[in-house]
Write a protein that binds this ligand. Structure first.
Ligand code: PLP
Length: 401
């Protein structure tokens, strides 16, 4: 059965659960930073599946690794070791200075593993009262019940309570964290740059201050690097810019280069917290997803994409600042780190209209936190493609201004 784009959209509207607001196109194939819909229209993909397609679409090395693994062994369960998974754990520990890796299938699951690790850590020490979390306003940690409890945005939380015991402190407020710390706090959960919250970098010194407060109170410091990790900000982990070593790290999104995989990494001291049987995942760390992640990390290393993300991020920042200078009625600032950037819009901008105008001109972007036009292109993006994309944004801002 071959259906036209319009017929497929009709099926989608009729049969998919309507929890998303999808435009009337169907994406069909991609190559690098370019992607095409079923009607043959070409787009520059500067959202990269929300910072997932780190190598862009159909990168030859990634395609080869995934195809060969699919033809060899796709799934075995965690009753057994498998080669790509063991190699991936080794690689991730090497890149992050952590000691152990647990694998799952998504960001929310990686956060769940972090939260369960924190609770069980104190339970094992007979400190059952130590079960609370400190997290931040405007944060995003995922949509399962535990990750949602940590998430600090009403739009995601409303109607799903009661949620677990979490104190939400304003992002960047060290004194607020100090005040919220108590012998009941098991962990501080923080993004090194709030992605969904609007591409808001941590203030200078904030992560180091959290490290110190966590050490002093005995709470664990959990870094949510699901959006910021895998080289996107110009270091493998964004927290590495601050020279801070977390106790626990959550990864997902870019890790598999487009195949679902998440990971929880932890320090040596925490390796005995979750004994056999206490946590697990049927699909977690399967050979297919692990091979995809290994290939992604290999290409990032071989092509020097982490350093490139830093350099191209500076170019993107400069070009976005020029838009702010030219179209001040539409945009008021540019911010972010590496290739996770935003053009901060004036409140008056109709963001849905803006995104549809960009799409019409062949550029895919997202809006985060209601006001941030977010750029999270594949790390393989070129200088020329950045200039092309910003040119489209400039033209649409001119139209809106
Ligand atoms: C996307 C995201 C998550 C949730 O990941 P899912 O794979 O959608 O469950 C959690 N934390 C951060 C910072 C994210 O950007």
């Amino acid at each position: 059965m071959t259906l036209s784009q319009d017929q497929l959209v009709e099926f989608g509207q009729q049969y998919l659960y309507p929890n998303y607001r999808q435009p009337s196109i169907v994406l069909s194939h991609g190559k690098g930073v370019e992607i095409w819909d079923k009607a043959g229209k070409r787009y520059l993909d500067f959202m990269a599946g929300i910072a997932v397609n780190a190598l862009g679409h159909a990168h030859p090395s990634w395609v080869r690794a995934v195809s060969e693994q699919a033809a060899t062994l796709a799934h075995v369960s965690n009753y057994f070791y498998n080669e790509p998974n063991v190699l991936l754990a080794h690689k991730l520990c090497e890149l992050t200075g952590m000691a152990r890796a647990f694998f799952c299938n998504s960001g929310a699951e990686a956060i769940e593993a972090c939260l369960k690790l924190a609770r069980r850590h104190f339970f094992n020490q007979a400190q059952v009262e130590r079960h609370r979390l400190i997290a931040f306003k405007q944060s995003f940690h995922g949509r399962t019940m535990g990750a949602l409890a940590a998430t600090g945005q009403a739009a995601y939380r409303d109607g799903f309570g009661p949620l677990g015991s979490v104190t939400h402190v304003p992002y960047g407020d060290v004194e607020g964290v100090r005040a919220a710390l108590s012998p009941e706090v098991a962990a501080i959960v923080v993004e090194p740059l709030q992605g969904e919250g609007g591409v808001v970098p941590a203030p200078e010194g904030f992560l180091a201050a959290l490290r110190e407060l966590a050490d002093r109170s005995g709470a664990l410091l959990v870094l949510d690097e699901i959006q910021t990790g895998i080289g996107r900000t110009g270091q493998f982990l964004a927290v590495q810019h601050a020279g801070v070593q977390p106790d626990v790290v959550a990864l997902a999104k870019g890790l598999g280069g487009g195949i679902p995989i998440g990971a929880m990494l932890c320090r040596r001291e925490l390796e005995g917290v979750l004994p056999p049987g206490s946590h697990g995942s049927t699909f977690g760390g399967n050979p297919l997803a692990s091979a995809a992640a290994l290939a992604t990390l290999q290409v990032i290393e071989q092509e020097g994409l982490t350093a490139k993300a830093f350099k191209l991020g500076e170019q993107l920042q400069g070009e976005l600042e020029a838009i702010v200078a030219r179209h001040s009625k539409v945009a008021k600032a540019a911010r972010g780190a590496g290739l996770l950037r935003a053009l901060v819009l004036q409140e008056s901008v109709d963001t849905r209209l803006l995104l549809s105008k960009l799409r019409d001109r062949g550029l895919l972007l997202t809006v985060a936190g209601g006001v941030a036009l977010r750029f999270s292109p594949p790390l393989i993006v070129s200088e020329a493609q950045i200039t092309e994309a910003v040119g489209i944004v400039d033209a649409v801002c001119g139209e809106l201004q």
